[in-house]
Design a protein around this ligand. Structure first.
Ligand code: ZN
Length: 439
């Protein structure tokens, strides 16, 4: 079962809740909040568990931003501690001692095989009031590639053996974390069909890697600080985690973080009321237009009559007469007889004349046609023409070089060498298209 500690209720109306918030803020700043809220025996400065969050797995089946869009509805500077892969008494018991010394409640994801081997370790978690989820039977690391039958078997066996260790199926929370975070739709669909919540995490501490306890500590704190709130993924079976945990909790306390204990909703224990946007680390901004388009009003049409199209005379430009239409004068006269009234046609806009006058003297010389010279044979090659086309040319052998002043004749298939602007032409090897095509 999941006893709810006597946490301070935040469900106070109006100004009383605000006043309490300020009061708690002041206490937190003096390091007394945990003691006041939890009354942790033997540790007046304990970090403590600030509140218990009751979640309904059926409403939010996928949580943890490492893999999912949603995560737990935590407030800023709220952290949920989770531990995977246990129990392994030698290390798990020390983790339990550290958590107990700070009166902190966490969530453990049990491996069924470990529960069979160390059932007493699972019972200790329960006795300490932690939440107990499951983590498969054998911890296979290719969960997303297993057959649906094997996936279901791993999930079911892990739950069954954890429940047997506890002697009470209802003591197992409907929380599941897939080994290695190898999530998949088959697994998620099956969990959802059983009302089980799939837990990813919001930040790991890499404590399964070969790193030092100092690195576990620094990665945990840096990642918590970066996101400000969320689910921390740890492993109670790892000695480096055992060594790093006291310092992690100490730093969280110093920096004003609060630990939240998560329990599943149950008969007589409704889910904590939340707003949908609280389930996102980065909720959709209020300024996102897609979410806030105004409703299109329903107009009431009193008449379906169509207005007449506008006549030319409706325009007040030039008294409703077209001017400067680029039409021959004869047509315009024949059209409406207003040629005399509108004056002579303007063939060019005034700015054109100004530009031409100013710029004609500055015009660059017309480039020589030779700049654009391109050997006809190379063109044929690049277009993939067959050698037959080239051989059909009536112009005989290719000249070795051509003077710069001579403009190429584009119609020739004789093969002018390629010119580079400003240089003397250079003879190119006589490349036969067929040899290019055959390479
Ligand atoms: Zn694991």
């Amino acid at each position: 079962m999941f006893p709810i500690p006597k946490a301070v209720s935040f469900a106070l109306p109006g100004h009383r809740a605000a006043a309490l918030g300020i009061w708690l803020g002041l206490l937190a700043s003096t390091g007394l909040a945990a003691h006041a809220a939890t009354g942790c025996p033997g540790n007046p400065n304990a970090l403590g568990t600030s509140r218990t969050l009751v979640v309904d797995p059926t409403e939010h089946p996928l949580i943890g931003t490492m893999q999912y869009r949603q995560t737990l509805p935590l407030k800023d500077h709220e952290v949920v501690l989770t531990f995977d892969d246990g129990p392994l008494p030698a290390n798990s018991n020390r983790v339990l001692q550290t958590l107990a010394s700070e009166c902190v409640k966490a969530t453990f994801f049990i491996i069924g095989r470990m529960a069979r081997q160390f059932p007493e370790g699972v019972r200790k978690l329960r006795a300490a009031g932690h939440s107990i989820g499951t983590h498969s039977e054998n911890h296979p690391l290719h969960f997303n590639k297993m057959s649906p039958e094997r996936i279901r078997q791993e999930i079911d066996d892990g739950i069954r053996h954890t429940a047997e260790a506890l002697g009470d199926p209802s003591a197992v929370a409907p929380f599941f974390r897939v080994p290695g975070l190898r999530r998949g739709e088959v697994m998620e669909d099956y969990l959802a069909s059983k009302g089980i919540q799939s837990w990813s995490a919001d930040f790991p501490a890499d404590d399964w890697l070969h790193i030092t306890p100092d690195q576990v500590y620094s990665r945990a704190i840096a990642r918590i600080e970066a996101k400000g709130r969320g689910i921390l993924l740890l492993h109670d079976i790892q000695p480096r985690t055992v060594a790093a945990l006291p310092r992690i909790l100490q730093t969280l306390k110093e920096r004003g973080y609060r630990i939240v204990h998560v329990v599943p909703a149950a008969p007589g224990r409704p889910a904590t009321p939340t707003e949908p946007r609280e389930w996102y680390i980065h909720p959709p901004a209020a300024s996102v237009a897609m979410a806030h388009w105004p409703r299109v009003p329903k107009f009431l049409f009193v008449s379906t009559a169509t207005l007449p199209g506008p006549a030319l005379s409706d325009s007040d430009l030039y008294g409703g007469r077209l001017r400067d239409l680029d039409l021959p004068a004869a047509i315009r006269r024949a059209d409406d007889g207003h040629a005399a009234a509108t004056g002579p046609l303007q063939s060019t806009a005034p700015f054109h004349a100004a530009l031409n006058t100013a710029n004609n003297l500055l015009a660059l010389p017309v480039p020589s046609q030779s700049i654009f010279a391109r050997p006809e044979r190379a063109a044929a090659a690049s277009h993939g023409l067959s050698p037959a086309v080239r051989l059909a040319s009536p112009h005989g052998p290719v000249p070795a070089a051509t003077p710069l002043s001579r403009a190429p004749r584009a119609a020739e298939a004789g093969g002018e060498p390629r010119h580079t602007f400003g240089t003397r032409p250079t003879a190119l090897p006589d490349v036969i298209p067929s040899t290019i095509l055959q390479r």
